[in-house]
Design a protein. Structure first.
Lengths: 305, 360
């Protein structure tokens, strides 16, 4: 090849002095290799994270299908040789599980609906209006965020008892009828919505409630769905509150039922206990998969383009 | 169809006065453009007409009715916002339909109106798309359709074209003018661009610092500016303004009180063949800007730098030139900036100008 042509082969250029110059392609190549490496590292780190988070779940699932001796084997085996499906039946039979599940569902869904009813108007008002005491009221809401349940359960217990609400669904629902966290989260989301949209709907003769329901709420749907999920999980899994506020089976929920497996089956029956736990978390996992798209949106949510 | 009257309008935000004693009548069926520099209170004025903002004092009348206490939805005013303000979670159809639903228009009637409107603005194929999947021009059309479908008495448009690229902007300008002709409704249009104002409006309201400087037709505004501000705001390049005292040979009757003299770049003649009665300057050409049919020169004289614009003339290559502006094209302003005469017939005007500059 002629030296003159070699200049166009994209890699090296022969210079009369005999030195070789790097063609512009070279640094770009190096850079793209670095990018690739970084990507690989990123993926590896994410995989590690997934592993860390998924392991307990997999372990729970695997244990729930083992025989009791198998749960004790060391080193542990991840896949049981003969899956023991009857563990689930045993767990189910330790107590009135259908009753527990119904209670759990009624209570967590009622809480969710009530919260939606209260936090949406509250957050909207805090986000869009300045009224006498609005700043003070909002800081009051924020303060309740910082008070742990364990601090107020005693006065609430006495209150519920005075209203004869112990051992009732209502007693487990009402204390959570609103959520400071929800109000805060939703207020931030409402504030991101441009004022012109509200003005445009005013000119469109929309009433205030219609603006909320038809314009504002649909725009914060990802945030709302995410909050709903958090709320549902928290109350579905809640052990402390139902335990403290109930003295009999009438209103008791699934987490209490699961804990009772230990009493019925004895402390070491991990396989039965894990089967109970799988029953407990199954609806939550299902909800997560259903709402996944919205949750991701809520976290990358940065206003309306 | 409606005339809008603003009577003694003031607007204060906390302590800051944004609009001071604004009096303005917007003619029924006119295409009125509010124009002025950014922050002069154009949007605030519009928003008070629409009812989105309440005036601190004064009355607003639409169609002879006092609307001070009428909520925005009931004023029969439709607004097009600068960034469109389309409802992002609704389809194009939903956006157009929302206002109709709120007014209780029957389903059948809604369908008819929507298909009519989408025909007019050319949105037919996009009715079921979400706004974020549309281009800027299409969003603009949706905003227009949403406003038009309500068949309002008054259209209010707040810088509706400023988010579009230059080519689309020109196209939409024409379409808006045609739309106005077709509907015959009162249009109130806000822009900070004087070219847009001149090309679209049949009535232009020049505003500055919360006050109306002049409200007139485009030609009146160009030919008879009421004050220094309007004179310099309208026209590209702006009117050249010089101190009367700085110009040799231009003698003005001392009692006239003229302090500034102005002339439009397009009225100045470069190296005129015949002697011109009026203002004569000598200067060096600093820059030449050629747009093909027209040339713009920046010239420095003893009285200051100024612009000259020529049409369909060969480019002047000389360094030093003589500039002349005939009396008829000179404007005189007092120390406070107001123009020396009120409007009059053209020949009367010319003679009175000569009167001021008498003795030359
Ligand atoms: N909500 C508000 N609070 C305080 N000042 C405002 C508000 N809205 C507008 N202003 C002020 O009023 C003046 C006029 O604003 P605006 O009418 O938007 O101007 P324009 O539309 O002519 O650019 C500006 O100085 C602006 O800062
Ligand atoms: Mg504005």
């Amino acid at each position: 090849m002629e030296p003159a042509n070699r200049a166009f082969d994209g890699h090296t250029v022969a210079v009369p002095g005999g030195r070789m110059l790097e063609a512009p392609g070279r640094p770009a190549l190096v850079r793209s290799a670095a990018v690739l490496l970084l990507k690989a590292l990123n993926v590896a780190a994410l995989l590690l994270l997934v592993l860390i988070f998924a392991m307990p779940f997999v372990w729970m699932l695997s244990t729930s299908l083992k025989t009791l001796p198998e749960t004790m084997i060391f080193p542990p085996e991840w896949i049981p040789r003969n899956p023991v499906w009857s563990n689930y039946a045993s767990a189910w039979q330790t107590g009135p599980f259908l009753h527990y599940i119904t209670n759990s569902a009624v209570i967590s869904v009622s809480i969710l609906l009530l919260q939606m009813l209260t936090i949406i108007p509250a957050a909207y008002a805090f986000a869009r209006y300045r009224f006498v005491g609005s700043g003070f009221l909002f800081s009051l809401v924020m303060v309740t965020l910082m008070i742990p349940t364990q601090l107020i359960f005693l006065p609430v217990y006495l209150e519920l008892s005075a209203f004869k609400l112990l051992n009732t669904h209502l007693g487990l629902i009402l204390p959570f009828a609103s959520s400071a966290f929800g109000i805060f989260l939703l207020r931030q989301a409402f504030r991101q919505i441009p004022e012109e949209l509200v003005e445009a709907s005013r000119l469109d003769q929309a009433k205030e409630w219609k603006i909320i329901i038809r314009i504002m709420v649909p725009m914060v749907k990802p945030v709302l769905v995410t909050f709903a999920l958090f709320s549902f999980i928290a109350h579905w899994n809640d052990y402390f509150w139902p335990l403290v506020m109930t003295t009999n089976e009438t209103a008791r929920t699934l987490p209490i039922g699961i804990a009772k497996i230990r009493e019925v089956e004895g402390g070491g029956t991990w396989n039965i206990l894990m089967a109970g736990n799988v029953i407990l978390v199954a609806p939550i996992l299902a909800a997560f998969f259903l709402a996944q798209k919205h949750i991701i949106k809520a976290f990358v949510y940065n206003g309306v383009k | 169809m409606a005339q809008i009257e603003l009577i003694g309008i003031c607007k204060k935000y906390k302590e800051e006065t944004v609009i001071q004693d604004l009096n303005l009548t917007i003619r029924d069926g006119s295409f009125t453009v509010l124009v002025g520099p950014s922050g002069c209170g154009k949007s605030t004025t519009l928003r008070m007409v629409a009812g989105l903002e309440r005036q601190s004092a004064g009355d607003i009348l639409i169609d002879g009715q006092r609307v001070n206490d009428t909520p925005p939805g009931l004023r029969d005013v439709a607004m097009v916002f600068q960034n469109y303000a389309l409802y992002p979670t609704m389809t194009v159809r939903g956006n157009i339909e929302f206002g109709l639903k709120n007014r209780g228009v029957s389903r059948k009637e809604r369908e008819r109106l929507i298909s009519d409107i989408s025909e007019i603005v050319g949105l037919g194929p996009y009715l079921d798309k979400k706004p974020q999947n549309l281009s800027g021009g299409q969003r603009q059309r949706v905003a227009l359709a949403r406003a038009m479908v309500k068949q309002p008495k008054v259209f209010i448009l707040d810088e509706p074209l400023s988010n579009l690229d230059a080519k689309l902007r020109n196209q939409m300008r024409t379409e808006l003018i045609q739309l106005h002709e077709r509907l015959g409704t009162t249009f109130v249009y806000v822009t900070h661009d004087q070219v847009e104002a001149m090309s679209m409006g049949d009535e232009i309201v020049v505003m500055n610092e919360g006050a109306v400087q002049q409200a007139d037709s485009p030609m009146k505004l160009y030919e008879q500016p009421a004050n220094l501000f309007t004179a310099q705001f309208i026209g590209t390049p702006a009117m050249n303004i010089m101190k009367v005292g700085d110009i040799k040979g231009l003698r003005v009757l001392p009692e006239s009180g003229a302090y500034h003299v102005g002339f439009r770049p397009e009225h100045a003649q470069i190296n005129p063949d015949t002697p011109v009665e009026g203002l004569v300057l000598e200067g060096d050409i600093l820059t030449r800007e050629s747009l093909g049919a027209e040339h713009i020169y920046q010239i420095r004289s003893k009285a200051g730098a100024f612009f000259v614009k020529t049409f369909l003339k060969p480019l002047v290559t000389a360094e030093r030139v003589r500039i002349a502006v005939p009396h008829g094209h000179l404007y005189y302003f007092s120390l406070t900036g107001s123009r020396m005469q009120t409007a009059g017939a053209a020949n009367e005007e010319t003679s009175s100008r000569q009167l001021i500059a008498g003795g030359v």
